[in-house]
Design a protein around this ligand. Structure first.
Ligand SMILES: [Zn+2]
Length: 89
C-alpha cells in the first residue's frame, strides 16, 4: 500500500477497517491479524507508513475510513518495535 514492494504477508502489518461508536469508519492496527473486516497490509517500515499516511493511501485501501489516528499513533510509537523485534527482548 505504501510502496510497490511485494512482501511476504508473514512480515506485513495488517490494518483493518472498524467502525466507531458514533458510526464513523476508522482504521485499527491488527498486529495479531485476527480482527474481522476488510484489511490492508503495510511493511513494518517507517518509510512505508509515512508514505501511506501522506498519500491518504489508507482511505483508498479501506474505503470509508476517515480516522487514521490509530495508524499515525502506531507509526509514531510502536512501529520501531515491530520493525526491530530483537530490540524488544
Ligand atoms: Zn512497503
Amino acid at each position: 500500500m505504501g510502496c510497490r514492494k511485494v512482501g511476504d504477508r508473514s512480515e506485513l502489518v495488517r490494518l483493518v477497517r472498524t467502525s466507531t461508536a458514533s458510526g464513523d469508519m476508522e482504521v485499527a492496527v491488527d498486529l495479531r491479524r485476527r480482527l474481522p473486516g476488510r484489511g490492508a497490509w503495510l511493511h513494518p517500515d517507517p518509510a512505508c507508513w509515512s508514505k501511506a499516511l501522506k498519500r491518504r493511501a489508507i482511505g483508498r485501501a479501506l474505503p470509508g475510513v476517515t480516522a487514521v489516528a490509530a495508524a499515525e499513533s502506531f507509526a509514531a510509537n510502536e512501529l520501531a518495535l515491530v520493525a526491530k523485534p530483537e530490540a524488544r527482548t
